[in-house]
Ligand binder design. Structure first.
Ligand code: NAD
Length: 468
C-alpha cells in the first residue's frame, strides 16, 4: 500500500481554525495522582502541541497518544496547522449523573463523552466505568479510536465516553439508573449517524441494552444507537469475543512473518474480562498454553497451562481467577515480566513503563488493552528488540464487528456468525498487511506505521470535505 504524504502547508495558519470554542475544559473530579498541572490545555495556534514535556508524555495519557500522533504525522508529512486540527477533540461533553443509591444516599457521578474526529464517519467508541475515567483518559481513548477506525478502514470517526465511578459493589439497579441518566444527558450528541457508543471496561451488553432503551424512550426504536448489544436486541453474533478474535487473527498473520510460533506458545494475559478471558480461550483453542492470567484481585500461574473450561467455571462462581485450584499466585508485575512467548496486556493503560519494560521477558507483546505501554516503555522495548503489536491494530476486532453490527441494524438483517468472523479476518488481516509493509518501507515501528496510515486517511477525508 502506498500512503499519501502531505509535503506542504495546506493553507495559512489561522487562529480561527482552532476549534477551542467547542472545547469545554473542565478539571476532572479526581485528577490522576502523578499528572503535572495543568494536565492538558486547549492547544492554540501558537502552541499546537502542548503539553510537550517528557513528564507529561509519560504520565498523561492524552499527551502520550499525541506523542505517537506527532511521530505518525511527521512520517505522513502533515503540515503543522492541520496537526492542531487533527489533535483537538471536536466536542467534549461533561454531565452530572445523580443516582439515588440503595442505602438512600444521593450520589452525583461525573460522566463524559468526547467526540474526537468525525471526518470519516459517525463518532464511534466505547463507554468506560472506572474511578480513573477522567477527561484526560477519555480524550486519549477517543483519539485512539479516530486512528484505529482509520487504520482498519471502517467508516467511523473516534469517540469515547465514561463515568468516573467504582462499579464494583454497585447494585444492578444503581448501575441501570446511572446508565439511563448518563444516556439521557448525552443523548443530544448521540445518534446512529452521529455517535454510536459500545462497551469498554466495566460495561457490557446489558449496559448497552439500557443505553438503547433510554435513547429509544425519546427517539423511538433505534437499535443502531449502540453496538455490543445483546443478540436479542439486535446485537451481532460474534461481537462479544470479537476483540480477542481479532487479536488472534493478527497473531496468526504476524507469526510466520515475524518468525514466532503460535502452536505451543506460552502466553501470559493481564486482565480477565471481555478481552482477556476471550483471548485466553481462543488462543488455548489455537494450541497456545496459557501459563498465567490476572484480574483486579490478583494473578494465577500454572507452568503446565491453565485449564480454560475449568477456569471459566471457577470465575463464574467466585467472580475472580484468584484461588483457582492447581495454580499458584503471581503478582501483576511478575505476570508482566514472566518468561513466556507472548504477553497480552488486556486491562488498563500505562502498565508497561520504562522500569517494567526493562524486565519484560516475552519477545512479543500483543496489546489487547488500549495504550498499555507508555512512550518510555516503548523506547526500552524497542531497544531490547521486543516486538510490540500495537493496540490500534491488535484490539480493533471489537470496533470492526461493531461496524458489522451497525450495518446489520441499518439493514434490519442478521448475518450468520461465519460471515461475521470471515469478514473480521479479512478486514484485520488486510490492515496488518498494510501496517507491516508501511513499517518496512518507511523504516518505522509497527505502532508509528499504524498511526501514519490512520492519520493519512483522516487527513485526506478532512481535506476532501473542505473543513478548512
Ligand atoms: P472488562 O471490564 O471486561 O475487563 C477488565 C479486566 O481487567 C477485568 O478482569 C479486571 O479485573 C481487570 N483489571 C482491572 N484493573 C486491573 C488492574 N489494575 N490490574 C489487573 N487487572 C485489572 O474490560 P475489557 O472490555 O476486557 O477491556 C480491557 C481493555 O481492552 C481496556 O483497555 C479496553 O479499553 C480494551 N479494549 C476493549 C475492547 C472491547 O471490545 N471490550 C475493545 C478494544 C479495546
Amino acid at each position: 500500500m502506498s500512503v499519501e504524504r502531505y509535503p506542504g502547508r495546506v493553507g495559512p495558519a489561522n487562529p480561527m481554525h482552532a476549534p477551542t470554542g467547542r472545547v469545554i475544559l473542565v478539571r476532572p473530579m479526581a485528577t490522576r495522582a502523578a499528572a503535572p498541572t495543568p494536565t492538558v490545555e486547549a492547544p492554540t495556534a501558537d502552541s499546537p502541541s502542548r503539553p510537550d514535556s517528557l513528564v507529561d508524555i509519560e504520565q498523561n495519557p492524552f499527551a502520550a497518544v499525541n506523542h505517537y500522533f506527532d511521530l505518525g504525522a511527521n512520517a505522513a508529512g502533515v503540515p503543522q496547522d492541520y496537526r492542531l486540527l487533527l489533535k483537538t477533540p471536536y466536542r467534549e461533553m461533561r454531565v452530572e449523573v445523580p443516582v439515588r443509591m440503595d442505602d438512600g444516599r444521593l450520589e452525583v457521578f461525573i460522566g463524559y463523552r468526547v467526540q474526537h474526529n468525525g471526518a470519516r464517519g459517525p463518532y464511534k467508541g466505547g463507554v468506560r466505568y472506572h474511578p480513573e475515567a477522567d477527561l484526560d483518559e477519555i480524550r486519549a481513548l477517543a483519539s485512539i479510536m479516530t486512528w484505529k477506525t482509520a487504520v482498519v478502514d471502517i467508516p467511523f470517526g473516534g469517540a469515547k465516553g465514561g463515568i468516573q465511578c467504582e462499579p464494583r459493589g454497585m447494585s444492578q439497579r444503581e448501575l441501570r439508573d446511572m446508565t439511563r441518566r448518563y444516556t439521557q444527558h448525552i443523548s443530544y450528541i448521540l445518534g446512529p449517524h452521529r455517535d454510536i457508543p459500545a462497551p469498554d471496561m466495566n460495561t457490557n451488553a446489558q449496559i448497552m441494552a439500557w443505553m438503547m432503551d433510554a435513547y429509544g424512550a425519546k427517539h423511538g426504536y433505534t437499535p443502531g444507537i449502540v453496538t455490543g448489544k445483546p443478540i436479542e436486541l439486535g446485537g451481532s453474533p460474534g461481537r462479544e469475543p470479537a476483540t480477542a478474535q481479532g487479536l488472534a487473527f493478527v497473531l496468526e498473520a504476524a507469526a510466520p512473518q515475524l518468525d514466532f510460533k503460535l502452536d505451543g506458545a506460552r502466553v501470559a494475559i493481564q486482565g480477565f474480562g471481555n478481552v482477556g478471558s476471550w483471548a485466553a480461550r481462543i488462543l488455548a483453542r489455537m494450541g497456545c498454553t496459557i501459563v498465567a492470567v490476572s484480574d483486579l484481585d490478583g494473578g494465577i500461574y500454572d507452568d503446565g497451562g491453565l485449564d480454560m473450561p475449568r477456569l471459566m467455571r471457577h470465575v463464574e462462581t467466585e467472580g475472580t481467577v484468584v484461588g483457582f485450584p492447581d495454580s499458584g499466585p503471581i503478582s501483576q508485575e511478575q505476570l508482566l515480566t514472566l518468561e513466556c512467548d507472548i504477553l497480552v496486556p488486556a486491562a488498563l493503560g500505562g502498565v508497561i513503563d520504562a522500569r517494567v519494560a526493562e524486565k519484560v521477558r516475552a519477545p512479543v507483546i500483543a496489546e489487547g488493552a488500549n495504550h498499555p505501554v507508555t512512550p518510555a516503555g516503548e523506547a526500552v522495548l524497542e531497544r531490547r528488540g521486543v516486538i510490540v503489536l500495537p493496540d490500534l491494530l491488535v484490539n480493533s476486532g471489537g470496533v470492526i464487528v461493531s461496524y458489522f453490527e451497525w450495518v446489520q441494524n441499518l439493514q434490519v438483517y442478521r448475518w450468520p456468525l461465519e460471515q461475521v468472523n470471515s469478514e473480521l479476518q479479512r478486514f484485520i488481516t488486510e490492515a496488518w498487511r498494510q501496517v507491516r509493509s508501511t513499517s518496512q518501507q518507511e523504516q518505522l515501528s509497527l505502532r508509528v506505521a499504524a498511526y501514519m496510515i490512520g492519520i493519512s486517511r483522516v487527513m485526506e477525508a478532512t481535506r476532501l470535505r473542505g473543513f478548512v
